[in-house]
Design a protein around this ligand. Sequence first.
Ligand SMILES: CC(=O)CC(=O)O
Length: 661
Amino acid sequence: MKKVKEGELLWEPSSERKAAAKINSYMQWLHEHKNLYFQDYHSLWNWSVKEIKVFWESIWEYFDLQAKKDYQTVLSSHHMPGAKWFPEATVNYTEHIFRNRCHSDQPAIIHTSERRKVSEVSWHKLYQDTIAIQQTLKRQGIQKGDRVVAYIPNIYEAVVAFLATASLGAVWSSASPDFGTQSVIDRFQQIEPTLFLTVDGYQYGGKIFDRTDVVAEIQSSLPTLKATIAISYLDDQATFSSLKHVVHWEKAISQAVKGDIEYTHVAFNDPLWVLFSSGTTGKPKPIVHSQGGILLEHFKALTFHADLGESDRFFWFTTTGWMMWNFLVGGLLTGSTIILYDGNPAYPSKERLWKLAEETKMTVFGTSASYITACMKDAIKPYQQYDLSHLKNISSTGSPLPPEGFLWCYENVKKDLWIASASGGTDVCTAFILGVPTLPVYAGELQCRGLGAKIEAFDDNGVPLIEEVGELVLTEPFPSMPIYFWNDPDGARLRDSYFDMFSGIWRHGDYLKITERNTCVIYGRSDATINRGGVRIGTSEIYRAVDRIPDIEDSLIVDIPSPDSDSFVPLFVVMKDGYLLTDDLKQKINQHIRAHCSPRHVPTAIYEVPELPRTLNGKKLEIPVKKILQGKPMEQIVNKGSLHNASALDAFFQFKEKMKI
Ligand SMILES: CC(=O)CC(=O)O
């Protein structure tokens, strides 16, 4: 693997690229309309977080938000939690999607899956289908505030149903059909839904998964349901005979559409959707975002930071159970075409998504860092096989993209490429440290903090750090912060989740360094850091060192503190097929960690495991492994339904038993 240093300059935008950037038009608009002139991105960012009211009001104006009732107040107070944005205004999310576009024959959505060929749907067709489903929902009595829950893959019908739900001011929540039965029930039961949307099954990696029994169990566990809309996705002839009160999607969508869509305007701070944090213990947290807050943040992030506009084709590999699905759908706000894919990204091979990029003339390719590192480890070379001439940007999230991942993209996908590594999460349904097309790309670094997001790195005493690693905090209110958690009337669960460490300041739970150049590096979750003799480093630094060794497929490290000695820091590795974890290899791993991290952070011991446990969204489960090794009871360790491969935990239980830790 070629060496690259963190912070090495890899790409600079040309002057034409900078001039064409959407953020540039906004800066010109600020100059012309507000007499505000900023020389560069960082002076703009500084202003946007110092003058958050003026900044977010300018976003409202620039994107010309449609309010039935106008606002009087931009922000009720700077106090967190509790600060309210635009409290008097009323808006509707879906109205902003279709504004000026509902008669367009340009593609709004391109979708494909392991079961479906690539198809394009025009804005007009999307509009007509949304009206048909809106009318179906209305016939089922759905009103403002009702919850519509969907057990659905990332397919066209999911977007239509979501837009119809939001048009009525009802509240959306989705789970991917690979979620286990109990984990779906644990999510949906909490929010007492009125309507259930479901498929009969799905296909993943060439295998068929019939979910009709699971769907029946979910339906019978949700006593508040009044109706179910069923989509025959796996089997055209699926009858859903075990379900009650079923409306078939085909029938609903083919009903003659009368008139235009009706938009129910709701308060800016009324709920748009409920997202669930994967929640390692207890029931998943039901995080509620507002219609208005998401509108403002997604307009801003997707236009200025993802640089999306009408000529773009925006893809993110996601399921409906990850917030990146909601972010992807937000791409429609910018007029760009969104691309949906349902299936295994590595089936029939890891080239699948690059082939899709060619087939769909993708301009923005969004994925998880783990997909890029997997392509890197398999040494695939998309540029040799696919025409990627349309591709302008690769974005990644889910975990930090290591410098080598950046380099791999430049060497194997395209030389003239803007790469944006992004970080945020379910809690805010956005990336708030991310990219911008007017700044250079440095290996392993996130280009900038998002406009209007006052992100800082704090030490344990709340002192802001530069060039040092600290807790990622947000020190000013941000519109897409949760308005509340469902069923948390006194806000205790929300306060515990974000405001427990620094009073009145949002602690995100990530470990962050802000550089002197104003770029950022995320080092993993702050509760998973490795602390040797008081020196903490993030787990991503260890993974980067281990990733340099081609024999190793993947790795996971945890730090188990001990009251009377140094902490126990085991490193678990998954070996590539055909390779063995020999003593020589262990020495090599230790040398790499010594050289690339520090001698202190060499693991206490190295063990082989068959696979690493991951969430359904592909994140490594460091904390649950730590809890297993600390001997915590199962109910405090992990909610198994939120795991991609719960059986991967067995090796860690056995390890604990054997080692008598
Ligand atoms: C934007 C993100 O931060 C996504 C994630 O990692 O969950």
